[in-house]
Design a protein around this ligand. Structure first.
Ligand code: GDP
Length: 369
């Protein structure tokens, strides 16, 4: 599955956030043994209001949300790229995730030491990005040496190698100036060349500004939150503002006590929900639904999946034997109240192999076995 790695300096609230996410998981959470440098992995249900509405209408035996994997990546400190802390292990763990959730400490707490001396989220972000850029530099340099050797070959291979060296030189120069790969606006060809390097600063990023409970409701005037938002806006990244410690408390409460607790803290929903939704968006994921009396279920697809591919997410037989799909919009089903009502209005479509599945479609597949 696709995964999001939680990174940040020590004591910014990564584990607190991860634990809140893990206990929020209605799907299974697979925790690796604690106190090792193995990352913790949690499978988290993706909150989806559309699925809730469909379930309220259909009243199936089961509601099954789709899920997303989070990995708690520990051990990043200044100097990680040179092996400080758990440096190399940490960096190897980041290499394997599809996107990065960068937790930035915006809360003051004299009891919680700050490894860099004081609370400054933008500086923290730079410290982390610098380590990642340094590691990427190493990776790019190694690759450049190989490409350089290949320029000594004859003919087409030499031409290709020259083009590679030129690209790598540009990427390297930018990294040298602290510009992450994701900020370098590379074209498709350049990106293709870098793909198998799994560069750390090439991964899409989402920032979490971790505030204290007392800051809730005052985010817009909080200078640290403002600074994080400005920094993120410059690179076109999203920011979720939350209080990790409070999120963790919310998850300890029985379901029925949560709405009141949220309200008394000035919240309309747990910040975790935003994290999961934004993470899902960051990965370019869409959801379609299957609805029935047995279960209402959300399925994850990538933007651009055609109907047979989407069917293949349920079972490979569905993809192989795909004949056609009956499709309706989730809004239509909720608004009109039943599939037959949707059909009467002419809003139930029959689509073939070339149909591009849309976010929020309700699908019913016909297939040969
Ligand atoms: P990590 O090293 O980034 O994983 O940080 P932890 O999640 O272990 O948090 C470090 C310390 O900060 C712990 O004592 C947490 O209880 C505390 N902490 C985390 N989030 C918050 C928060 O939102 N407010 C306050 N006051 N403390 C927090």
């Amino acid at each position: 599955g696709l995964s999001i790695g939680i990174v940040g300096l020590p004591n910014v609230g990564k584990s607190t956030l991860f634990n809140a996410l893990s206990s929020a998981a209605s799907a299974q959470a697979a925790n690796y043994p604690f106190c090792t440098i193995e990352p913790n992995v949690g499978v988290v249900a993706v909150p989806d209001d559309r699925l809730d509405q469909l379930t309220a209408l259909i009243k199936p035996l089961k509601k099954i949300p789709t899920s997303l994997e989070f990995v708690d990546i520990a051990g990043l400190v200044r100097g990680a790229s040179k092996g400080e802390g758990l440096g190399n292990q940490f960096l190897a763990n980041i290499r394997q995730v599809n996107a990065v959730l960068h937790v930035l400490r915006c809360f003051e707490d004299d009891n919680v030491t700050h490894v860099e001396g004081g609370v400054d989220p933008v500086r923290d972000r730079d410290v982390v990005d610098t380590e990642l850029c340094l590691k990427d530099l190493e990776t790019v340099e190694k690759r450049r040496e190989r490409s350089l050797k290949n320029t000594k070959l004859g003919g087409k291979a030499a031409e290709e190698a020259k083009a590679e060296v030129a690209t790598l030189d540009r990427v390297k120069a930018a990294l040298d100036n602290g510009i992450t790969v994701r900020a370098q606006k590379l074209n498709e060809e350049e990106h293709a060349l870098l793909q198998d390097l799994f560069l750390l600063t090439d991964k899409p990023v989402l920032y979490v500004a971790n505030i204290s409970e007392g800051q809730i409701g005052k985010e817009d005037s909080d200078p640290r939150v403002k600074a994080v938002r400005e920094m993120a806006a410059k690179e076109g990244a999203s920011v979720v503002v939350l209080a990790a410690a409070l999120e963790s408390e919310i998850q300890q409460l029985p379901e029925s006590d949560r709405p009141g607790f949220l309200e008394s803290n000035g919240l309309t929903e747990p910040g975790l929900h935003k994290v999961v939704r934004e993470g899902y968006k960051l990965l370019g994921l869409w959801t379609y639904f299957t609805v029935g009396e047995q279960e209402c279920r959300a399925w994850t697809i990538h933007k651009g999946f055609k109907a047979p591919q989407a069917a293949g997410v349920i079972h490979s037989d569905f993809e192989r034997g795909f004949i056609k799909a009956e499709v309706m919009r989730w809004e239509d089903l909720v608004k009109l109240g039943s599939e037959s009502a949707v059909k009467e209005k002419g809003l139930l479509r029959v689509e073939g192999k070339e149909y591009l599945v849309q976010d929020g479609d309700c699908m019913h597949f016909r297939f040969n076995v």
